[in-house]
Ligand binder design. Structure first.
Ligand code: TGC
Ligand code: FAD
Length: 388
């Protein structure tokens, strides 16, 4: 019997440091997340002090240099951390990936030295929670059409507009917001909680990512000084480069959710007896389990190779799109199918499969929908852009 989830000995491709990081994040998730996640998701509330706890284990900005409070780790370490966090819940990985890739990364890549010193250490420790505002009510897949405006006002600027579906909006201290200036160029702005005209209404009634807060960012003529504008970027390339990093993390993260579903279903199928035999002895159930571990293994190899390319700064956005698309669908399919193995028990919170499946319905939509990533691959292989 070989019931490992390291079926192709991919651990042999990892360093001693990678394995230590994985074990320590696994221990954190087992101790801090697993005991509370079902209740938090049921009650639609955050995991207590999650950001400070993630900061304490180095999960916020793992690849940001240590001089700015990050952990200075490589891209495979970042992926491994995301995988272990999402084994607990996509909301936990979401919190870490928004903070790391969508808030710290743009400040680190495009911010002034003052902005880096002011914000990065507080974001790395979890003292500050950040959010990322790209999506708008009328512009989801097509962020280039954004209506939020940054208009010149004497020596300063005014910010008007609204963002929607924003992870951690209701609880953020700062938001990295993308808006068009008077020349139509896309600028990155650091909006601070206490700025007059800034509000963040919460989005209620979610059936997915229930242990994570989602909301709007509303800008009512907010006064923005030059010191809050990222000087290093004036194009859609800015937010899309952040998405490359977050999508990469997701392509690792969802493997964690898939592994949790697979392990739960495998154990249940060996223990549950029907017609006098464990259900694991029936071919239909074995087919499902065999396919789960096959798909998990393929996904693991894909992200290991992608992480290696990313460490060498050779990963293309199109490769990242392919990995995000493939791995999220893989995890969602496993979550849905594995829930069936658990029968009626699978619909209650004692088992994680339905919670993961519901979460993954968001993951397959955010950071570029399943269709959009397919079109990115389609454009790459044909040279023809099908978006427009
Ligand atoms: P297009 O004309 O192709 O490009 C505009 C400029 O951007 C550059 N570019 C990229 N740069 C870096 N990385 C990428 N992946 C890039 N893709 C394009 C491009 O070179 C160009 O640069 P420049 O310098 O010439 O101006 O843009 P388009 O308007 O046709 O749109 C392309 C498209 C559809 C692929 C893109 O807009 C897209 O990916 N749409 C999906 C939107 C999306 O993913 N939104 C995510 C919002 S954030 C979120 O969901 C967070 S969830 C967080 C959580 O809780 O975990
Ligand atoms: P639409 O763009 O309206 O798409 C609807 C459907 O049309 C999709 O199936 C799509 O694939 C399809 N479609 C669109 N265009 C095309 C085309 N050209 N060809 C073929 N099919 C097409 N955004 C942020 O900026 N920051 C966040 O922190 C954030 N967090 C999120 C958290 C959650 C829980 C969720 C659910 C979303 C979050 N988002 C965030 C928003 C997310 O990125 C968008 O929902 C996503 O980009 C899709 O946009 P949309 O929902 O407007 O769908």
């Amino acid at each position: 019997m070989n019931n490992t989830t390291d079926y192709f000995k991919i651990d042999d491709l990892l360093t001693e440091e990678h394995l230590i990081i994985r074990q320590s994040v696994k221990d954190f998730v087992d101790k801090e997340i697993m005991p509370v996640i079902d209740e938090c998701a049921h009650e639609h509330r955050d995991i207590p002090n999650l950001m400070q706890k993630l900061g304490a284990i180095g999960a916020l900005g793992p690849y940001i240099p240590t001089e700015y409070g990050g952990a200075g780790l490589d891209q495979i370490s970042y992926g491994i951390i995301m995988q272990e966090l999402e084994r607990g819940d996509s909301a936990v990985r979401s919190a870490a990936s928004v903070q790391s890739s969508l808030v710290m990364y743009p400040i680190y890549s495009y911010g002034s030295e003052e902005q880096k010193q002011k914000f990065l250490p507080k974001l790395a420790s979890g003292e500050f929670i950040g959010s990322f505002g790209l999506t708008e009510p009328n512009h989801g897949s097509n962020p280039g059409g954004m209506e939020t405006r940054l208009s010149k006002d004497g020596d300063n600027y005014r910010l008007n507009g609204a963002k929607m579906w924003i992870t951690n909006a209701p609880v953020c201290n700062i938001a990295v917001v993308w808006a068009k200036d008077d020349e139509g160029k896309i600028r990155g702005i650091i909006v601070e909680r206490e700025m007059e005209g800034f509000s963040t209404p919460e989005t209620h009634n979610k059936w997915s990512l229930r242990a994570s807060k989602t909301g709007e960012l509303v800008f009512d003529n907010i006064l923005i000084k030059q010191e809050n504008i990222l000087p290093g970027i004036q194009s859609l390339r800015g937010p899309l480069s952040c998405l490359n990093s977050a999508r990469y993390g997701i392509s690792w993260g969802v493997i964690g959710a898939a592994i949790d579903c697979y392990e739960t279903a495998l154990k249940y199928s060996l223990e549950r007896t029907q017609f006098g035999k464990p259900i694991a002895s029936y071919q239909l159930q074995q087919k499902k389990l065999a396919e789960f571990i096959t798909e998990i293994t393929k996904a693991q190899l894909l992200v290991w190779r992608l992480g290696t390319l990313k460490n060498e700064d050779k990963a293309t956005p199109e490769q990242i799109s392919m990995a995000k698309r493939n791995n999220v669908k893989m995890a969602l399919d496993i979550a849905r199918e594995s829930r069936q193995i658990i029968g009626a028990m699978g619909i209650i919170g004692d088992f994680p499969n339905m919670r993961h499946a519901a979460n993954l319905e968001s993951v397959i939509t955010y950071e570029g929908t399943h269709d959009i990533h397919l079109l990115i691959t389609g454009a790459d292989v044909t040279g023809i852009n099908a978006f427009v």
